[in-house]
Write a protein of this length. Structure first.
Lengths: 179, 179
DNA sequence: TGGTTGTTTCAGGAATGATTGAAAGAGAGA
DNA sequence: TCTCTCTTTCAATCATTCCTGAAACAACCA
């Protein structure tokens, strides 16, 4: 067995399983497995960890750890911290789940929904000149556009500053739960 | 230039761009590019196409076309049809955008959210015996569980039979739009 | 400034996931 | 039953994406 046990085995194993689970979830949704695992580790440990901690725990290279951490910072789901008398950088995951998902939704909207809508508008314009030939085509595009505009509206509401976003979502769900 | 032009160039090009756009979108969300492209083609053309039509238009192999079509059937976003006096199978995309997304949400819930919740519960149980050591860990898991239960509730409402699902979502969004 | 510690970058290699194409399967009609 | 047409399967190949590791970079301190 392992001679040194800094943590109870059960906790350590539970963390590992959480990391694996969250990693799988990530890849199903288009996020690289490692990046999701790094996030999972920071979230579930609750501590601020340094690059070497992450490397050791997940058995990944320095480069990979650095890139994942950078990407997570860009997404706004982790933060840099420092420890007094230590030059290393430490990273801690946002612990509020709603705040975390607001950040995720904000980024995905910016990276995917907004460009998608822009493209759909452009594509629609390509057949503006056509008469009846393009009518059905345009009708289909319009239906899709309408749907994604609704998605965008809803998304904006979800991510809008603190109270509103969370409250709006919670209210909707509470109302929806009642009947 | 191409000698035969069964369709106006503009329409053809618009379709191609839509296919490419939808394909990109797919890969960002964990769906294989080709499968998303096949779906895009069926959706934007509005016709029922056979395997060869899809192969020719997207320049993919028979095997790839067959597998993509099968997967799209499993997702419930396209349907088989037949033409009188023709043994070939034709495929047509669901044209109602809300129905289409209800199918997508239903499948993703079943494939990803449900198993995720099951895993999170299991992981939580792994540290049930631990005292104070595991308390923070469990609190974090609980917060995540709560969030995904909300997601699940909301998702179920969205996909619930015809009227309700669509209506509920539309209502919520209309209300949210007002102020 | 030189030495030390820590971080980022990126070309190349490894792993993962997707596609092909040919062969087997399935069904219809004669 | 045989033949013809269309569909599905799957091992081998290909493409893409991800990770590694070492070198360059940056920041701090004496």
């Amino acid at each position: 067995m392992t001679p040194a046990r800094p943590k109870p085995d059960a906790l350590h194993e539970a963390q590992d399983r959480f990391v694996a689970t969250w990693g799988q979830m990530g890849s199903a949704w288009g996020i690289s497995r490692t990046m999701a695992e790094v996030h999972a580790l920071l979230f579930i440990s609750g501590d601020a960890l340094c690059t070497d901690d992450v490397m050791d725990r997940l058995q990944i290279s320095r480069g990979s750890a650095s890139m994942s951490l950078r990407a997570l910072l860009d997404w706004g789901v982790i933060n840099r911290t420092h420890k007094r008398g230590d030059r290393k950088e430490y990273f801690a995951a946002e612990q509020d789940v709603w705040t975390m998902f607001r950040a995720i939704v904000r980024e995905r909207m910016k990276r995917e929904v907004d460009p998608l809508l822009a493209s759909l508008f452009e594509i629609r314009d390509m057949t503006g000149g056509l008469g009846a030939v393009g009518a059905d085509h345009n009708a289909r595009l319009d239906a899709l556009l309408l749907f994604f505009e609704v998605v965008q509206t809803f998304g904006h509401r979800f991510i809008s500053p603190a109270g509103e976003g969370l409250q709006a979502a919670a209210d909707i769900l509470n109302k929806a739960d009642a009947p």
